[in-house]
Each structure stands twice: as structure tokens, then as C-alpha cells.
Design a protein around this ligand. Structure first.
Ligand code: ATR
Length: 273
């Protein structure tokens, strides 16, 4: 590091367990970029954004609970982030703070590695911010979209926004989706015994995708696998959303495959300890 080192960071609360510093710093090192990526635990978002401007921080990842409210403090916001109503990436272009959403691109690139999407009967579980990013990607690919959610009013609202059909929990066993995506945090460490849907949803054959990556194999994915589904963990989505951020900040291509292995190793080593 020297006087030319550019600074990047994740802001949110909590950020202590974020893997983004590990991932971006590894990429800086591999590609010989003079940058450093830190983590700022942040409650006061307005002051935090002023800090980014004042200190000339070059790029920022935004996480819970600021992804939605940060939109109000930026100079420009991409069309996709506006529709998703969430920004996970800020790029500081000579003092102009631009917000974008790379969760949807990260999800899309990861899912595309495993299946065709167009016209596929696709079920999204959940109706929060992550679900909006996933639905945006599925609309982009012209999937046949179905949504289920614990709170039906929220699910119905999401279905309306993204031209999907809402499905009540009791009807899931008759749906027969070919792609099923869990966008909720149900099953995430330490609540690894939980799953967001009954396994009778896996009637067809197809692909089950969990945006959760800790643990790498959630109960949802384990049950999907036992019912003959191909399974995809959230590692790919996490790495590709970071790859898109990295591209916006540095113009460089992220070493995504290397990073998927590195993140996998880090997570599985952690699971063993
Ligand atoms: P994010 O922005 O990260 O997606 P969120 O907005 O809090 O987070 O959304 C979380 C989603 O997970 C919601 O769809 C939520 O369901 P409700 O709308 O009913 O709250 C869902 N969710 C969270 N915990 C859940 C649980 N224990 N069982 C079922 N769904 C759950």
C-alpha cells in the first residue's frame, strides 16, 4: 500500500462475517491492483455516504440493512436497481456516486451455468429484496414465473410487479416447477435444520438454487438432491455479484473460477471447525 492505493469497502450491519473483503483483496493481489477492500460496520448511513465522498472511497458494496435506503443518497441509480428497489454497489466516478445492483446479474450468470431459463416453469420462494433481484433476472430471461411466500400479501405484490403468479403453500405440491429458487435466509447458519418449503415441491426434475451459501449444502438443497434435482449453492451468485462490482470499479475481469474455489474452501474449512 502507498499513497496511490485506492480504497474500497463493504458497508452494513453486521459486516463482521462478510467474505467480500477476502474475495476482493485476493483479486487485487492476483491482478496486481493497487487497492484495498475493508469492512465498515455502519449505522448512520447519511454520515457514511458523506464519508465516502469526503475520503474519495472508490467503490462500496452495500449490504443489510442499507440496500434500499441508500438509493436516497446517491447521484445516479441504474434502471435495474430502481426496479429492484435495492443498490448493492456504489461506484465513485470522480465524486459522482453511482448505484447499481449486481445481485441480479450475479444470480443470472450463476443459474445460466446450470440450466436454460427461457419459458421454464420457475418458482421463487420469498418476497424480500433478494427475491426482487432474482425476479428481475427471471423476467429478463422470460421465465414462466411463480412466487410463494410466508406472508401472502407480500408475495402477491411481488408477483404483480414482475408479472408472476402467486402460489399458496398448500398448492405447491401440484405446481411441478423445473427451477426452484430459495431467496429467503431460512436454513442459513446457525439455523441449518430449517427449510423454506416442504420437499413435496420437488415433483418434477430440474434445478434447485439456494441463494444461501453458508452452509454450502442447505437442507433445502439436500432434499432437492434426494428428489432427483440438480442443486446450486449460493457461492456462484456471491462470486459473480462481486465480479460485476470488480468490473465496474477497475474495468478488469475478475478471476471468478479461482474465487469460487477459494470461497468454497474458506466456507467448508469453517464448517469443519
Ligand atoms: P432480503 O432483503 O435479504 O431478501 P427480507 O426483505 O427480510 O430480506 O426478506 C426475507 C424473505 O424471507 C421474506 O420473503 C420473508 O417472508 P415474509 O415476507 O413472510 O416475512 C422470508 N422469510 C424470512 N424468514 C422466514 C421464515 N422463518 N419462514 C418463511 N419465510 C421467511
Amino acid at each position: 500500500m502507498d499513497a496511490d492505493t485506492e480504497v474500497f469497502s463493504v458497508i452494513g450491519n453486521p459486516v463482521k462475517h462478510s467474505l467480500s473483503p477476502f474475495m476482493h483483496n485476493t483479486a487485487f493481489e492476483l491482478l496486481s491492483v493497487n487497492g484495498v477492500y475493508t469492512a465498515f460496520n455502519l449505522d448512520d448511513l447519511e454520515s457514511g455516504i458523506k464519508g465516502i465522498r469526503a475520503l474519495g472511497i472508490k467503490g462500496v458494496s452495500v449490504t443489510i440493512p442499507h440496500k434500499e435506503s441508500v438509493i436516497n443518497y446517491l447521484d445516479k441509480v441504474s434502471e435495474s436497481a430502481l426496479k429492484i428497489k435495492a443498490v448493492n454497489t456504489i461506484t465513485n466516478n470522480n465524486g459522482v456516486l453511482e448505484g447499481s445492483n449486481t445481485d441480479w446479474t450475479g444470480f443470472l450468470i450463476s443459474l445460466r451455468e446450470h440450466t436454460e431459463i427461457k419459458n421454464k416453469k420457475t418458482l421463487v420462494i420469498g418476497a424480500g429484496g433478494a427475491a426482487r433481484a432474482v425476479c428481475y433476472a427471471l423476467n429478463y430471461e422470460n421465465a414462466d414465473l411463480y412466487i410463494t411466500n410466508r406472508t401472502s400479501s407480500k408475495g402477491i405484490g411481488l408477483a404483480k410487479d414482475f408479472s408472476g403468479k402467486f402460489v399458496y403453500e398448500n398448492d405447491l405440491k401440484h405446481l411441478g416447477p423445473e427451477i426452484i429458487i430459495n431467496t429467503t435466509s431460512v436454513g442459513m447458519f446457525p439455523h441449518i435444520e430449517k427449510t423454506p418449503v416442504d420437499k413435496n415441491v420437488f415433483q418434477n426434475t430440474g434445478v434447485a438454487f439456494d441463494i444461501v451459501y453458508n452452509p454450502v449444502e442447505t437442507r433445502f438443497l439436500r432434499e432437492a438432491k434426494s428428489m432427483g434435482f440438480k442443486t446450486v449453492s449460493g457461492i456462484g451468485m456471491f462470486v459473480y455479484q462481486g465480479a460485476d462490482q470488480f468490473k465496474q470499479w477497475t474495468g478488469l475481469t475478475f478471476p471468478s473460477q479461482v474465487m469460487k474455489e477459494a470461497v468454497f474452501k474458506k466456507l467448508t474449512l469453517k464448517e469443519k471447525t
